[in-house]
Design a protein around this ligand. Structure first.
Ligand SMILES: CSC[C@H]1O[C@@H](n2cnc3c(O)ncnc32)[C@H](O)[C@@H]1O
Ligand code: ZN
Length: 432
């Protein structure tokens, strides 16, 4: 057994309190052996956490990681126009090589900002899987299935790809990679395909993940055509079960919040994307009070425009108060829970907590900064004041991915150079 001790830090515990402790890790098992006092002497290697906060690695519950290539490509439009006029035309030109370059850029940003696990819906998923495996992160990945603007054969082929990819990648990278069946949304995949393919995903034993109730434009057609709210429609199609998770959940009414809570279907709240696309304000406080598992996600970097979960936490707390018209709504403890254990539970990955027996996924935040001084309350600092650049070390599955702000599994300059070139190739192809 090779052991690593994270020493001298303040540790964020599963009950969202902070205590002075070391963390001892079994690197081969990728597991936490102990959280306690004076563990350095027992370890083969140490990682210094003096004047730092040791937190569970952040869990980004909804992303399109390769969209980091499209950061700043199209801004300041609402969802539907943004997708149809700008994003989908350029995504039609994606290749395995450009997706690899975009994924590497995105996972580099994740490691640098303390994220150790994420859920992702995109294209060229086997390529994304390889890049995630090489970078050392944990992820639940799936091929985004769309049927609109396709003939029946092409729509079926796309859904079949969604199932095949889910079967192919599940359990890869020593179990760090899991999969899901991922229809894009309830309005971009026709009901007949949901009826045909969702039961096959159940047979495969993978969860279902999709965008739901993101904008009013997604709610109105379902209510008009199906006579029920979108999440009641999703339940009819067998897509609202324990372990499934939806992105956004902005325009959900009381009955839908009840359905989510009863089913055990998680919601990934994406506040930055919802604000930027002016999609609306999710009723996070009401969902949490009703017992819905709520996690946090960045969505893609083209609608955010970064992949920092620390930014997302602050946004979630701020917009949560505004949505509830209550300054005590979505407090610091709630967003810290949502960015760690909440997201992990929603996407079905066993991570997001620092305790004996838990996966060794953590981030170490440097507190020796003016914006983190004085230190009245470190949970408050995590929710409201810490930034991506404060992350010193990142560890996933017992492996040190970043030490003293140097990423060890990716060559940062090369990744940025390849991404710059890939983005140019992609945009040029779209313009031709
Ligand atoms: C079919 S792969 C995923 C698909 O989703 C698009 N996308 C990115 N952000 C959003 C969002 O906020 N709502 C809906 N769809 C989104 C992405 O560009 C891919 O085409
Ligand atoms: Zn999305």
């Amino acid at each position: 057994m090779t052991t690593l001790a994270i020493t001298g830090g303040q540790v964020l515990l599963p009950d969202i309190t902070v205590t002075r402790a070391d963390v001892l890790i079994d690197q081969e098992a990728g597991e936490i052996l102990e959280v306690g006092d004076d563990l350095a002497a027992d370890a083969d290697e140490t990682l210094d956490a003096a004047d730092s906060l040791v937190t569970p690695g952040f869990v980004n519950g909804h992303c399109h990681v390769a969209m980091s290539l499209l950061r700043g490509y199209a801004d300041d439009k609402p969802l539907d126009a943004w997708l149809r006029e700008d994003i989908w035309p350029v995504e039609a030109e994606l290749t395995a090589d450009t997706v690899r370059a975009g994924t590497e850029l995105g996972v580099l940003e994740m490691i640098k900002s303390g994220t150790t696990a994420f859920a992702d819906m995109y294209f060229f998923v086997p390529t994304i899987s390889e890049a995630v495996a090489d970078a050392g992160l944990r992820a639940r990945l799936g091929h985004g299935v769309i049927s609109v603007a396709k003939d029946a054969d092409a729509a079926r082929e796309d859904a079949r790809e969604g199932l095949e990819v889910a079967a192919e990648i599940d359990g890869m990278a020593d179990g760090r990679i899991a999969s899901a069946f991922m229809p894009h949304s309830l309005t971009t995949v026709d009901g007949e395909y949901l009826e045909e393919f969702v039961p096959q995903a159940r047979d495969l034993g993978v969860p279902i993940h999709y965008h739901a109730n993101e904008t009013e434009d997604e709610v109105v057609p379902i209510v008009e055509e199906e006579g029920v709210r979108p999440l009641a429609y999703a339940a009819e199609k067998g897509m609202l079960e324990d372990g499934d998770f939806v992105a956004h959940g902005v325009h959900v009414d009381k009955s839908e919040i009840g359905l989510l809570a009863e089913a055990g279907t998680g919601v990934i709240h994406c506040p930055a994307s919802n604000m930027k696309l002016a999609s609306g304000m999710a009723p996070v406080q009401r969902m949490r009070e009703a017992g819905v598992t709520v996690g946090l996600g960045t969505d893609g970097a083209a609608s955010n425009n970064d992949l920092s979960m620390l930014d997302e936490a602050r946004d979630a707390a701020m917009i949560g108060k505004l949505a509830a018209d209550d300054a005590s709504a979505v407090p610091a403890e709630a967003v810290v829970e949502m960015m760690t254990r909440g997201s992990a539970e929603a996407i079905g990955l066993d991570t997001g907590r620092l305790e004996e027996g838990a996966p060794a996924d953590l981030a170490v935040i440097d507190l020796e900064e003016p914006h983190l001084t004085p230190r009245h309350d470190l949970v408050s600092h995590l929710a409201y004041a810490a930034a991506a650049a404060d992350v010193r070390h990142t560890v996933c599955d017992g492996q040190v991915l970043m030490r003293d702000r140097e990423v060890l599994t990716l060559e940062e300059d090369a990744v940025r150079a390849r991404a710059t070139e890939a983005a140019e190739t992609l945009v040029t192809a779209a313009e031709e």
